[in-house]
Design a protein around this ligand. Structure first.
Ligand code: DAH
Length: 367
């Protein structure tokens, strides 16, 4: 090919490259021009930026047509070389300037839009974390515990799955004794059962610690009761036990009375009615003056002025013997009552099952 023709050819090529660039670049110019008028979203701009990057590499990179053409400068006849070189240079600088202007515009937009997106208004009120609180049963249990701890009692606890021995025999309730009936509970296949009363802890605690002992044991118990407003197959009791030399029924009455006064107010009176429990002799049930009407009579106490709370009595000698304590040397009293019932009365609940449904809207009312 004659030199002159080749020079013309290369010039043409250079102009074509320039034109192709302008054509493809038109899209970037158009979109970038709408940046300030909100024509492009942040994510669109981010996408465009990536495309621009690829485009730039393709047009100006080492493998671009423009680079290939630049390498041809040396082949151009000496007299035309300077002019051709200038042409290539001006095309290249035009391309680079346009690319870098657009890149800058996009960068500025993206940065501003990101800042706007991530902006926080420190003057806005914060969202308060939801504060948890104790379950109403826990509140009542803690109140009971605090009172007895102040009277010198320790808090005991033990297993909820028991053998017949701890749930019945050791408490002076032999097999076939009618007292087992109302305490019918859930048995497993291997001779174990869910405890039906916290009285089991009396035995465990005396085995563990010996006497003298003063303890209360709050905990879950289980019975085969059909659930209704006042019954639930799982509920909570508190057991109390005091064994020492010279303990009498007067100590029992004094302790229960003091507990109820601290619980319901200094004016609270207690009364004891004779009753029967296999593990105490004599046995009693204790009532206290209604905290709502102060003993006058209202709907809560069914007009009697009294609220029945639990059972109690002097620990039966057989119970002491079972744990190798000499009933001639040591005597004691025991008591037990339900926490759920107490809680329902204190918070005015008409159905104890509400306590176990875990409905936050209900529980939130009792803090
Ligand atoms: N364990 C009895 C019950 O579940 C309550 C009870 C009564 C406990 C008298 C005692 C007591 O310690 O002396 O019904």
């Amino acid at each position: 090919m004659p030199q002159g023709v080749q020079n013309e050819e290369l010039k043409l090529q250079a102009e074509q490259i320039h034109k192709a660039f302008e054509q493809e670049f038109e899209r970037f110019v158009r979109l970038t021009s709408t940046l300030t008028t909100g024509g492009v979203s942040l994510s669109e701009a981010e996408g465009l930026f990536v495309e621009l990057d690829e485009f730039e590499k393709r047009v100006t990179g080492k493998k671009s047509e423009l680079s290939a053409l630049k390498k041809m400068v040396g082949r151009i006849a000496a007299e035309d070389r300077a002019a051709f070189g200038q042409l290539i240079q001006s095309i290249e600088s035009n391309i680079r300037t346009k690319l870098s202007d657009t890149r800058q515009a996009l960068e500025a937009f993206i940065e501003a839009a990101r800042t706007e997106r991530d902006r926080i208004d420190v003057t806005l009120p914060g969202t308060r974390p939801k504060e948890g609180h104790l379950h109403p049963l826990t509140l009542v249990r803690q109140k009971i515990e605090n009172i007895f701890v102040s009277l010198g009692y320790i808090i005991e606890g033990d297993r909820e799955i028991e053998t017949d021995f701890y749930n019945f025999d050791a408490l002076n309730i032999p097999a076939a004794h009618p007292a087992r009936d109302p305490q019918d509970t859930f048995y497993t296949t291997d001779g174990l059962a869910l405890r039906s009363q916290t009285s089991t802890v009396q035995i465990h605690a005396m085995e563990r610690r010996g006497v003298p002992i003063r303890m209360i044991a709050p905990g879950r118990v289980f019975r085969r009761d059909t659930p209704d407003a006042t019954h639930n197959p799982m509920f909570f009791q508190v057991e109390g036990l005091c064994v020492d030399r010279g303990i009498t029924m007067a100590h029992l009455k004094g302790t229960v009375g003091e507990f109820l006064r601290q619980m319901y107010g200094p004016g609270t009176k207690t009364r004891f009615r004779p009753s029967y429990f296999p593990f105490t002799e004599p046995s009693a049930e204790f009532d206290f003056t209604c905290f709502k009407c102060d003993g006058i009579g209202c709907a809560l106490c069914k007009g009697t002025g009294w609220i029945e709370l639990g059972g109690c009595g002097m620990v039966h000698p057989n119970v002491l013997r079972t744990v190798n304590i000499d009933p001639e040397e040591f005597t004691g009293f025991a008591f037990g009552f339900g926490i759920d019932r107490m809680c329902a009365m204190m918070f005015g609940l008409d159905d104890i099952r509400l306590l176990f449904e875990n409905d936050i809207r209900f529980l939130e009312q009792f803090r």
